[in-house]
Design a protein around this ligand. Structure first.
Ligand SMILES: *Cc1c(COP(=O)(O)O)cnc(C)c1O
Length: 384
């Protein structure tokens, strides 16, 4: 007899809606990307937002086995999750941390980004010199960091930082490295030049982490001026997605995540009848409608209503009507014998067809990053 009070006794295969993550694929993507760089480059693996929805702990463990010692997350909580799972390398928290969480960052040996001088003072008041820290430098992103247009001031603040914290680095973030054309190149070159100017002023501090490149930066701007360390903060390309529609990933890099739901039922809908909330879809002819076990509460965007499609048995089935919270309907009139229990591919391959997160993002007016980050925690992750 199954005992429902003992979790492991209950066989639960999450057939409703699940994401399948090919960890070997992430490993391959890492190798291919790294081989596209000069030999002495090091990778800081960006595993924020639960590894872009792929499972931060699982991805970090896999990369640690490949010799990666440097990780980046967005929040202290994400850093703590890595530590608790046994990740022992450097973990940089890329975003702002409130002083109330600074002690936790210390206890777990995380390296905290300092976003400006006021933040430095707040943080150091709480934790003294115990906190490992890196200063962000704003070279044009206009998001966080010391004002990189004033290298003298940056230098002074960073030197003070070396007294307030266990300072081990500085970094900047590129805003246009994934764009094509002269304008983007000009902006990026200027950002890198500004950062190098700051880095050279504090060269005597011998900070081990001086870095500026994201996935796109590593592809197009790895020929760095003197003073900047050879690092790539590798995020999206690790997961096999492109930084933008203009970016071409090295050959062989492929998406690591597939996303599936099930057909729960199939029904005939007569010409003129409506489907779903608001009857947003009206059948133009007699048709067959399949209901799927996924909705916007699973992270499948409602913006896909009436626009995107899924794959069933290798064929495209267009979404009809509005995506509901937990279910949605697709038109399977032209598909051969779709039945309850069939698997629908939301992202991934089926026969000759494929839907990528980048494509789904395109259709719904966003980017692949948001699509994979948006797959909600109630969607089970399976690792293959
Ligand atoms: C998310 C992030 C990255 C990774 O960017 P990708 O485009 O995913 O490679 C790098 N640096 C910072 C500061 C980030 O916030």
């Amino acid at each position: 007899m199954l005992d429902p009070t003992r979790e492991r006794d209950v066989a639960f295969a999450s057939g409703r809606c699940y994401a399948e993550i090919d960890i070997g694929r992430i490993e391959k993507n890492f190798r291919i990307y790294k081989n596209s760089l000069q030999k002495d480059f090091r990778i800081i693996a960006v595993v924020k937002a639960d590894g872009y929805g792929h499972g931060g702990v699982q991805v970090a463990r896999c990369l640690e086995q490949l010799g990666v010692n440097d990780f980046a997350v967005a929040t202290v909580e994400e850093g703590i999750a890595l530590r608790r799972s046994g990740i022992s390398g450097e973990i940089l928290v890329l975003g702002y941390t409130s002083p109330v969480d600074a002690e936790a960052a210390c206890v777990y040996g995380l390296t905290q980004t300092v976003v400006d001088e006021a933040h430095a003072i707040e943080l150091s008041a709480v934790v003294g010199k115990k906190l490992k820290a890196q200063y962000a430098v704003d070279t044009g992103m206009r998001r966080i960091g010391l004002d990189g247009s004033c290298p003298e001031l940056c230098e002074r603040t960073i030197r003070r930082g070396a007294e307030l914290f266990r300072l081990n680095g500085i970094f900047t973030h590129l805003s246009c490295a994934d764009g094509v054309g002269e304008k983007n190149k000009h902006i990026t070159d200027r950002q890198i030049e500004r950062f190098a100017a700051v880095a050279r002023r504090v060269e005597d501090l011998s900070l081990p982490y001086v870095h500026c490149l994201n996935s796109a930066g590593g592809l197009y701007y790895s020929d760095l001026p003197r003073g900047i360390g050879k690092f790539v903060r590798l995020g999206i390309a690790l997961y096999g997605l492109a930084p933008s529609v203009d970016t071409v990933l090295p050959k062989g890099i492929e998406p690591a995540l597939s996303w599936y739901a099930a057909v729960s039922s199939v029904r005939a809908v007569k010409k003129g009848e409506g489907v779903g909330y608001g009857s947003a879809f009206i059948a133009k002819r007699d048709c067959l409608i399949a209901t799927l076990t996924v909705g916007y509460a699973d992270g499948y965007s409602r913006a896909a209503s009436g626009r995107a499609y899924v794959l069933i048995n290798g064929f495209r089935a267009p979404i009809v009507g509005n995506v509901c919270m937990d279910q949605m309907m697709v038109d399977v009139t032209l598909l051969p014998h779709v039945r309850a229990g069939d698997r629908a591919v939301l992202i991934g391959r089926s026969g000759e067809e494929a839907i990528t997160a980048d494509l789904l993002g395109n259709i719904t007016g966003t980017i692949g990053y948001e699509v994979v980050c948006g797959i909600s925690p109630r969607v089970a992750r399976k690792y293959i």
